[in-house]
Structure formats: C-alpha cells, structure tokens
Design a protein around this ligand. Sequence first.
Ligand SMILES: [Ca+2]
Ligand SMILES: [Ca+2]
Length: 202
Amino acid sequence: MLKKLLIPTVGIVALAVLSGIALAGVPCTGTSTVIITENSIPCINAANICPGGDLDTITVTVTVLDCYGNPIVGENTAITPQTAGFVFKAADSTRTLVTDVSGVVSAKYYCFGGCGDLKFQAVCNGVTLGPSATIYITNLDNTISPPAYKCDAVDLSLFGQKYGSTTWPCGNYNCSSDGKCDALDLSILGQHYGHSGATMCP
Ligand SMILES: [Ca+2]
Ligand SMILES: [Ca+2]
C-alpha cells in the first residue's frame, strides 16, 4: 500500500521539478527579501559608522519565503556583505542565523571599516537571496588595511588631507547636506578617535 502511494508521489515531485513548478517549502528568490535598515534618523540612505558601535548602525533583515509566500521556518540562513572595499570583523563576514516562525533573520552591523556602497546577500538551503539595495557608508575607519576597524591616526591623516573638500563624501561624518569635510566632521572624528571594533565589538 505504502509503495503504491509513494511511487506516484515521487513521480509528481519529479515532474514538478522537471517542469519548473515551484515547490512549497523551498526558499524562493521571487518572494524572499534582503533589506538594509539604517538606524539613525538624520541620515537617509546613508550610515555614518564608528567601528566601536556608538555612532550609527545598520540592520540587515532577511525574510525567507517559498514561492507561495509561506515562511521557511527554523533553517540556517547565512548573511554576507557583498561589496569590496570593506573589512568586517571575522564573525560578521558571514553571520549564520536560524529563521524564526515568520521566516525572518535579522543582524545588526557596525564592526567594520571602509567607505562606499555596501550591500548584502543571504543563502538559505542553498538558495541565494538578494542582493539587497546598496547603502552608502561613511566610516570613521576609512582604511581597510590593518589595524582594521579602528578610528586611528591613519584616518585622521587622511581626513586632514581632505579637509575642506566637497568631493570626498567619506569624510562627511555629520551626515549633513553640506557634503563637506569641515570642522563639524573633525569634531565627530575627535569624539570617536581611538574607538576600535577589536575591543568594542561583541
Ligand atoms: Ca583605521
Ligand atoms: Ca560635513
């Protein structure tokens, strides 16, 4: 009896796969989402990061659904940054979390250095989701060479060379529309000087 039931079922599944019909319970790129949220109100579509975590942060939220909109629950989902020009603390270079009852995993990020456009993607059950939209990062640690994710003398020197510039958005830490590396930005740099992800990140 079991065999009689099993063979048609296997046949139907195989037919669905061969014909490209989406299966329930399998992550679906069309319905799943990878979204970046910037957690500081003054900046829209940008984030000013201190690698110590005491300025702005970003959150990546992945919702894993099958093609019918059902959540994929209790599955490992790995989130990875997708953009060159950044260095992340090792634990953040791939963050693996288990989806909740809504198929959601969420991770906060600030333990990194670098400046520019950053985006993320996720992998669940072998299916790649995303990438997310990009978010522009101005980081008080602009230098991705060691010492990584630390606001230090190298960053101060770089800022000094660009002081007064309106064409170097990486130093516009105050997130103002002035787009200028000026005294306000230097003040923020001074407040966070010495902050390091190596000691301040979880
Ligand atoms: Ca640095
Ligand atoms: Ca500025």
